[in-house]
Design a binder for this molecule. Structure first.
Ligand code: SAM
Ligand code: DTB
Ligand code: SF4
Length: 334
């Protein structure tokens, strides 16, 4: 079975990037999922070791610079105004508080600071203060990332000029399943913003969420879509759905939609194999996954995490717990 699925990335001469990213069909990725677990992990680990330092982990810290009150209807999101999740709508944070949080993240060992806003997209007047935040965070010597929703013409260029290194904009799921989860925008809108980000010369951070009730084929289709972006995203966050009371995806069918943890690990492995050079980030849901499943995700090729007590509105393992985990596994921050 293993021999039937080509190790496509290996066709490129060592050290040289192929002219075009290798393409993965949905069926190719489904075939990866269907491998025996040990074969899949061995393959992911082999690819991982060819392209990355195997025990190195990159740490990104998140800050919600504008929380709640979002007009969109993303079924997973606690920040959508229309769901009663207890998340209050706040104003855009003051730059001083943002820079204090960035300093603390740097002191704790993060190398990238990611600022998230609960917007459908930024208005031009919203963007100005965010540009100042980017300049300030960059001046601290951190890599910068923003996730602000859909970008209009000119906005990606303004972010790039301010020094933004990465823009996070997730495809979230397959094109086919997307409409089950979000109705206020379409897949094409997401792809358009990703094009703008690329066009402005920034690095792309783009991934998705697993465990929203999607069939395996849709997980595979998400991975195939991400891998077929040309070039593939430099950073690929794989989120495990954090089920938040009040959102439509909370406790669906009495929890029957919750995903098997090993299926989550398979998704990480499929991302690693199909996007060999990308950083695959084990993202939301780490607290719920526990240490053993996280260790399997690192074995499957995850080499980045969100680091710090909070994601945007929900919890994340605390820094001390993560440091203990790194020590147990021999992981070294990048
Ligand atoms: N509003 C912007 C947008 O949607 O692009 C940026 C912020 S949004 C919260 C960033 C990403 O967080 C979403 O695309 C989704 O992948 C992830 N996310 C949101 N709620 C989540 C949840 N409950 N569990 C896992 N990931 C979640
Ligand atoms: C991403 O893929 N995951 C992060 C980040 N990019 C912005 C967000 C996770 C949010 C989890 C739910 C919350 O804390 O509100
Ligand atoms: Fe708004 Fe982003 Fe949440 Fe969707 S994911 S409701 S766009 S904050």
């Amino acid at each position: 079975m293993l021999d039937e699925i080509p190790l496509r990335h290996e066709s490129a001469p060592a050290g040289r990037r192929p002219a075009r990213a290798p393409r993965w069909s949905v069926d190719d990725v489904v075939a990866l999922y269907e491998l025996p677990f040990a074969d899949l992990l061995h393959r992911a680990q082999t690819v991982h070791r060819e392209h990355h330092r195997p025990n190195e982990i990159q740490l990104s810290t998140l800050l919600s610079i504008k929380t709640g009150g979002c007009p969109e209807d993303c079924g997973y999101c606690p920040q959508a105004q229309r769901y009663h999740t207890g998340v209050e709508s706040g104003a855009l944070m003051d730059i001083g508080a943002v820079l204090a949080a960035a300093c603390a993240a740097k002191d704790a060992g993060a190398t990238r600071f990611c600022m998230g806003a609960a917007w459908r997209g930024p208005k031009d007047r919203d963007l100005e203060p965010v540009l100042d935040m980017i300049r300030g965070v960059k001046a601290l010597g951190l890599e910068t990332c923003c996730t602000l929703g859909m970008l209009k013409e000119g906005q990606a260029e303004a972010l790039a000029r301010a020094g933004l290194d990465y823009y996070n904009h997730n495809l979230d799921t397959s094109p086919e399943f997307y409409g089950e989860v979000v109705s206020t925008r379409g897949y094409e809108d997401r792809l358009e913003t990703l094009d703008r980000v690329r066009g402005a010369g920034m690095h792309v951070c783009c991934g998705g969420i697993v465990g929203m009730g999607e069939p395996r084929r849709d997980r595979a289709a998400l991975i195939a879509k991400l891998a077929s972006l040309d070039p593939p995203p430099e950073s690929v966050p794989i989120n495990h759905l954090v089920q938040v009371p009040g959102t439509p995806l909370h406790d669906r069918h009495g929890g029957a939609c919750a995903i098997d943890p090993l299926e989550f690990v398979r998704t990480v492995a499929a991302a690693r194999i199909t996007m060999p050079r990308s950083r695959v980030r084990l993202s939301a849901g780490r607290r719920e996954l526990g240490e053993a499943v996280q260790a399997l995700c690192f074995l499957a090729g995850a080499n980045s995490i969100f680091y710090g007590e909070r994601l945007l509105t929900t919890g994340n393992p605390d820094v001390d717990a993560d440091r203990e985990l790194f020590a147990k596994l021999g992981l070294v921050p990048a």
